[in-house]
Design a protein around this ligand. Structure first.
Ligand code: UDP
Length: 488
């Protein structure tokens, strides 16, 4: 019978983008610790919606097979269901409250392990789990699935909150917020959860920002080369008011390998027929849905640009359930599909984004700036036009243009449900494909993206910065285990 091994316990958030990347990061950590000596235990919260429940079931099935990317022993432990909290006005607040309700079950699951857990790893919306870890004497690590810029902001939020009282980011028209390591950030680019100081999600985000300082380490899905200035600001204590921040381990880009090679996918076959670097890909993540007015406007912009496009145009799940097979296509301008049949493809379901971005025909990416999408684009060296919609995407969009230089500007009206005019769509798309205006904005973004592609690949390769950082995190976990839980 196999001997029990010390295990790293991972508590991922159920949303696909989080679950897959966190699982992959957990496997990498265990691989760095040594798969002969350590295993991974994933605590699975039952997702609150049927759609996410079926996605998580699929990820668990694939994760259990554990074939990719690194062979490591993974076991999944399903936590008992909890009643979803009521009256939460934002997704972020709901997520945080829902996770919190699982704390007794996390505690019971970790306490029941045959050996003390090597570490408890959870995401930044789960910081109430610090209490569980402390109670059980287990080291607590945060897996931060977004940018280091977002981490820097979170660490600074308690201090920003104190000085900005009583102003609201949403009302600071034309003003800037000083986030260490970034150029001055327009207040309009703050994450959705903190835009209104009166909202419960604001207090909740400040709470998590405060508690992050308790982590034994923060593992971030970025690379030192992608965000050097913000990482330096975190490391030298500038984001924590001069007090040392927890050790930060940039181990990314963590880009899980594809579920299966889908080279026969219709989107990829269509791309095969297009010239090299000629197509703009538009895709808005798992939850980014455009309204009917915006669909018409974006379509007009694409047509006007004259550039080739592959547009992922999905309806939100409730709309998709009640409408026809191509509900949003009904909102396209009359004759649009016919007129653009040689120019573009409108795809109305899930697309193989990673493969699309890696395809030689793709010249640029109009993205909602979810951090996974950003990393996937950088991994393939594809310049972006940021069209942020929700969560921390406006901050990501700002960083991509103003700090990393890997994206062209895109004028998004946040006060009008992130509306983008047709002319702006056309300008950004042209800029991505042809290099654009006289300032060479697109050309610069392409050069920077290409440099980032190389940086990403070097970072995770043996001896690279992320490789070293991952092994640093593993060494810290191992050291703590060897020293005994209280012997740090
Ligand atoms: N994605 C995809 N096909 C789609 C839409 C999204 O493969 O049609 C993937 C995308 O490659 C990324 C993830 O879904 O890995 C979205 O994560 P991200 O952090 O960008 O955004 P979120 O959905 O969390 O807002």
């Amino acid at each position: 019978m196999a001997m029990a091994k010390p295990t790293v316990v991972l508590l991922p958030v159920w949303a696909s983008g989080h679950f897959i990347a966190a699982l992959d990061a957990g496997k990498r950590l265990v691989a760095a610790l040594g798969t002969a000596d350590f295993s991974l235990t994933v605590l699975v919260m039952r997702p609150p919606t049927p759609e996410s429940a079926s996605q998580v079931a699929a990820h668990v099935a694939r994760g259990a097979a554990a074939a990719e990317p690194i062979g490591c022993e993974v076991s999944f432990h399903h936590l008992p269901a909890v009643d979803p909290p009521t009256g939460c006005t934002s997704v972020e607040y709901f997520t945080s409250q829902y996770i919190h309700l699982h704390a007794p079950y996390v505690r019971a699951a970790v306490a029941a392990l045959p050996l003390p857990a090597a570490a408890l790893v959870f995401e930044f919306t789960s910081t109430t789990m610090f209490d569980v870890a402390r109670e059980l004497g287990v080291p607590a690590y945060v897996y931060f699935a977004s940018s280091a810029a977002m981490l820097a902001l979170m660490l600074q939020l308690p201090a920003i909150h104190d000085v900005m009282m009583p102003e609201e980011f949403g009302e600071m028209e034309g003003q800037h917020v000083h986030v260490q390591g970034l150029p001055p950030v327009p207040a309009s680019c703050m994450p959705a959860s903190v835009m209104s100081r009166k909202s419960p999600s604001y207090a909740d985000t400040v709470y998590h920002g405060t508690r992050l300082a308790e982590a034994d380490g923060i593992i971030v899905n970025t690379a030192a080369e992608l965000e050097p200035a913000v990482l330096a600001a975190i490391n030298d204590g500038r984001c924590t008011g001069g007090r040392p921040a927890p050790p930060v381990y940039p181990i990314g880009p963590v880009i899980p390998l594809s579920d299966a090679t889908s080279s026969d996918h219709e989107c990829l076959r269509w791309l095969d027929g297009q010239p090299r670097a000629s197509v703009v890909f538009l895709c808005f993540g798992s939850l980014g849905f455009l309204n009917a007015e915006q669909v018409r406007e974006a379509a007009a912009g694409l047509e006007r640009s004259g550039q080739r496009f592959l547009w992922v145009l999905r309806s939100s799940p409730p709309a998709a359930a009640t409408a026809s097979a191509h509900p949003l296509a009904e909102h396209l301008p009359p004759g649009f599909l016919d007129r653009t049949k040689d120019q573009g493809l409108v795809w109305t379901s899930w697309a193989p984004q990673r493969e699309v971005l890696a395809h030689h025909a793709v010249a640029g990416f109009v993205t909602h700036c979810g951090w996974n999408s950003v990393l996937e684009a950088l991994w393939s060296g594809v310049p972006m036009a940021p069209w942020p919609l929700y969560a921390e995407q406006h901050l990501n969009a700002f960083e991509l243009v103003a700090s990393m230089g890997v994206a062209v500007r895109m004028d998004v009206d946040r006060k009008r449900s992130n509306f983008v005019e047709a002319g702006e769509v056309a300008r950004a798309v042209r800029c991505l494909v042809s290099g654009g205006d006289e300032e060479g904005e697109g050309r610069r973004a392409r050069e920077r993206s290409s440099a980032m592609r190389d940086a990403c690949r070097s970072a995770v390769a043996q001896g690279g910065s992320s490789f070293a950082s991952l092994h640093g995190a593993a060494a810290a976990v191992r050291h703590r285990l060897e020293a005994g839980v209280d012997g740090n």
